[in-house]
Design a protein around this ligand. Sequence first.
Ligand code: FPP
Length: 253
Amino acid sequence: MSTEPATQQRVALRPDLRIPAHVGVIMDGNGRWAQARGKPRSEGHVAGVKALRALVESCINYGIGHLTVFSFSSENWTRPKDEISFIFGLLRRFVASDLEKLHRNNVRVKIIGSRDGLDESLRRLIAEVEATTAMNTGLKLQVAFNYGGKAEITEAVQRVASLVAAGRLKPEDITEETISRALYTAGLPDPDIIIRTSGEQRFSNFLLWQSAYAELVFVDENWPDFNDAAFLRVLEDYSGRDRRYGGVEAQRR
Ligand code: FPP
């Protein structure tokens, strides 16, 4: 993949542009993008991977620390079997084609989500991607795959409950930090922005706990059409937001 910085045309950035530490993206509308062009849905997903590559490149160029993308939800299992296996194949192809360049560009990749329902070869592939890039210090890319926010919180609660049952933690010592540390995203900053494409305005079970104070940005483009210019418009929108975190004055974090 072309994640080398500065391969995209660079535009002059507004001096007041605020760069978020963590961007979350619900990549929606691949199917509609394809249908609008009389193509099979699978082509929409292929175009979606291209848009993901471009976004990774933009994030590297803008110095964004963390990017988390929703690529297969625990609810997506209700889709036709063919489409599910196509998306699983895409993850494999994405790794095969892009891992080396991601690594070369110092990107750390993590796959967050449940490992249940993933076959052994896919689990091995995920382990390989994570191990190869574990020491990288550039962009942290989280691919949410077989991910559901409620399931994530449920698993976290189970972990915390087993510590309590083992006598290693007192119920009154459980804090928000205890829960955060038990999530797949342990150690990551909470997302500053959640972007959803295709005009839909829902969370759809994405980063439910972590998004408590995220700025929400809904854009009309279907995911395959979401490019650097669209991302820059989102960053400009974000730069004008007044983040109060429940307080009274705008805070810059
Ligand atoms: C949403 O569009 C997209 C998905 C559920 C799959 C997302 C996958 C990619 C963007 C490719 C990247 C994937 C990997 C594995 C790296 P939709 O199918 O819900 O579109 P629709 O709402 O128009 O039907």
